[in-house]
Design a protein around this ligand. Structure first.
Ligand SMILES: [Zn+2]
Length: 386
């Protein structure tokens, strides 16, 4: 939940030493390769192709496809025209609407109190898809989906030309569009976007695990295969490795123009894509984004936000009962202030030792945060004491 960049720099020396050594020991081949042609890419407008434009979300530059009056990222991720600007725009105060409304990879744009309000368009066909998908999320995560009464922020499941969603809580009504062909599994996937997940192959470390075969991608769709970093979005990884079984993972031939693989494993083999339900890795990541504990985050000693004051990146403030951290391009909502949780995630974890070699999966404490060694870097798992 914290910015990943500063500790990365501090730990860079050791990373250079052993990032190559661990490559051979990574276990990436648990999935038996097989054809999964029946599962199609989620697309907002399958019958239409738009024009690619470079626009800004806050200070972040991103390539999006314009179709009708909507902007589409990665095929099924929606942005409103009024969310994007022609030039970088400054970031204002943290507010429910201004707070990284686009959400990010696997961070930011959170729903408060693990609660998502929603309503369903009365004319939407096969509403069982929605209720089954919601039941699946509630069975497997700490998120709760509550029918909206008068809440201002909510998901609206409606009929659309494809399957699509915004990423993260954006403030106000946000649509999940479902064409008749969108399955319960597709709906689980779109809810994943709405609660803050990017596509799994958008991870910034994905090149460790997969080859992207750009020569096989439909013309004009290459930007669907960029990492969230390349797309100009900030984010974080909440699991230690790319999860081929993630419901947020593209299939091997998604957006292929010639039937050949657009994504393959590093060794050139294929993999299985699924839209049955959340994977163990999906659940692990969501549990870090939406911890099952309801005790809230520790806001002790943090000052209230002051309107008009300039805040450096890394600054923390309290605003409307929630803890916010200033990140590049906005404010990251770290959660509702509450009593300090009883368990410290750093309990029993040794401090990082400069120059020591750490295997993937090792955990250390460093500058008050818990880190896990992942391929190619360290994953910040959060602040000690939380
Ligand atoms: Zn998607």
């Amino acid at each position: 939940m914290k910015n990943f960049k500063l500790p990365m720099v501090a730990l860079a020396t050791s990373l250079l030493i052993f990032s190559c050594q661990n490559k051979d020991s990574e276990d990436l081949n648990e999935v038996i390769p097989q054809e999964t042609a029946t599962i199609k890419a989620e697309e907002a407008f399958p019958a239409l192709s738009g024009t690619t434009e470079t626009l800004y979300y806050g200070t972040s530059k991103m390539n999006v496809e314009k179709v009708n009056d909507m902007y589409v990222l990665d095929g099924d991720i929606l942005f409103d025209a009024n969310q994007l600007t022609q030039s970088p725009s400054e970031v204002g105060a943290p507010s429910p609407i201004e707070t990284l409304g686009r959400s990010v990879g696997r961070t930011g744009g959170r729903w408060r109190n693990n609660t998502v309000h929603y309503s369903i368009e009365s004319s939407l066909a096969n509403q069982r898809r929605v209720t089954d998908a919601i039941a699946h999320w509630e069975r497997n995560t700490a998120l709760r989906f509550v029918p909206r009464t008068n809440q201002s922020d909510y998901i609206y499941f409606r009929t659309g030309s494809g399957c699509s969603s915004f990423v993260g809580r954006r403030g106000g009504r946000q649509d999940i569009n479902l064409a008749t062909g969108c399955t319960t599994g597709n709906t689980i996937h779109e809810i994943g976007h709405a609660v803050g997940l990017w596509h799994e192959q958008s991870r910034k470390d994905r090149d460790t695990y997969v080859n992207i075969n750009f020569e096989n991608i439909v013309d004009g769709r290459s930007f669907n295969f960029q990492t969230y970093v390349q797309q100009g979005n900030d984010g974080n990884e909440y699991t230690s490795a790319l999860d081929f079984g993630s419901i947020m993972m593209y299939g091997p031939t998604f957006f292929s123009k010639n039937g050949k693989a657009t994504i393959e494993k590093k060794d050139g083999s294929s993999y299985t894509v699924q839209r049955d339900g959340l994977s163990a890795g999906d659940i692990q990541g969501i549990n870090r984004m939406y911890p099952p504990s309801t005790s809230g985050v520790n806001c002790n000693g943090v000052a209230a936000y002051v309107n008009g004051r300039s805040y450096a990146i890394g600054s923390r403030v309290i605003f409307q009962g929630s803890l916010y951290e200033r990140v590049s391009g906005g404010w990251n909502n770290l959660g509702v202030c509450g009593t300090a949780p009883s368990t410290d995630i750093c309990s029993g974890v040794a401090a990082y030792v400069s120059g020591r070699s750490y295997a993937v999966g090792s955990r250390v404490t460093f500058q008050g945060s818990l880190y896990e060694r992942v391929s190619g870097g360290w994953n910040n798992l959060g602040s000690c004491g939380s």
